[in-house]
Design a protein around this ligand. Structure first.
Ligand SMILES: Nc1ncnc2c1ncn2[C@@H]1O[C@H](COP(=O)(O)OP(=O)(O)OP(=O)(O)O)[C@@H](O)[C@H]1O
Length: 234
């Protein structure tokens, strides 16, 4: 896959936390509009890999390209341009609890260069409708359920029409029904053309919504074949 058709391309990449190598010789591609799960035990490196992809961790060795931006030696002033093409659903990116849902979303639009107030308002309405929450714009995050808050986080990730959505355990703390609703939302977003890389521990979800599966194990990353998934009861 070349960089014209890939939204993620890593070749012999090293994923590091400080001086420690978390993953080595990482080589894989994710194509435009693809959906890929990322699995692996606690501490196997899933979050570190995702953080490298949105340039929160540097790529010290190997080649990496995400939505057309080379990760090696990406200068700090280029990082916002990369992030504008990405949707990030991550525990580190919680909602701001001192302002309404709409203000949370407007804050991101402003920070990413939007200036026209009426376009901004329309965009906020659009993304909230997209996640099935048109009525909550004026509410404070704590007035929403956990599943609704996660939908707002997803709405926020969609504001700039990302080419790629990176999600770290987006259903982690949610009950099974709510998890299923969030998964269906991810599938809809994916069907509309956004590529998704989603870290999860939930093999039941993978069974229900089968897609390619990448696994972090013993410092390496590779796609798992369907045989191996069956062995895991998926
Ligand atoms: N901020 C950090 N500083 C130093 N080391 C870290 C940091 N964050 C994670 N690590 C280490 O990097 C390794 C990979 O952790 P990472 O969080 O990427 O794993 P994970 O697969 O996402 O785990 P989980 O499923 O629990 O979220 C672990 O050994 C962890 O201790």
């Amino acid at each position: 896959m070349d960089t014209a058709t890939a939204v993620i391309e890593l070749r012999d990449a090293y994923i590091m936390q400080d001086v420690n190598t978390v993953l080595q010789n990482v080589s894989f591609s994710v194509g435009k509009g693809e959906f890929v799960y990322l699995v692996g035990r606690t501490g196997s490196g899933k979050s570190s890999l995702l953080k490298t992809l949105y340039a929160d961790l540097p790529l010290p060795e190997g080649m990496g390209s995400v939505v057309g931006y080379p990760l090696r030696k990406l200068s700090t002033d280029k990082v916002p341009y990369l992030r504008r093409k990405l949707g990030i659903v991550f525990q580190d990116f919680q909602l701001l609890y001192d302002r309404t849902v709409a203000q949370n979303l407007l804050f991101v639009l402003q920070a990413t260069g939007w200036r026209d107030k009426s376009k901004m308002k329309n965009r906020v309405q659009d993304v909230l409708m997209r996640v099935g929450l048109s009525g909550v714009a004026g509410k404070m995050p704590h007035q929403l359920s956990g599943g609704e808050q996660q939908r707002v986080v997803i709405a926020r990730a969609l504001l700039n029409e990302p080419l790629l959505l990176l999600a770290d355990e987006p259903t982690g703390n949610l009950d099974p029904d709510v998890t299923d609703g969030i998964m269906r939302l991810f599938m809809e977003i994916n069907n509309a053309g956004t590529a998704v890389l989603m870290a999860t521990h939930n093999y039941e979800l993978i069974r229900r919504y089968p897609k390619r599966v990448l696994r972090c194990e013993n410092g390496h990353v590779s796609f798992i074949g369907s045989e191996e998934l069956r062995f895991k009861g998926v």
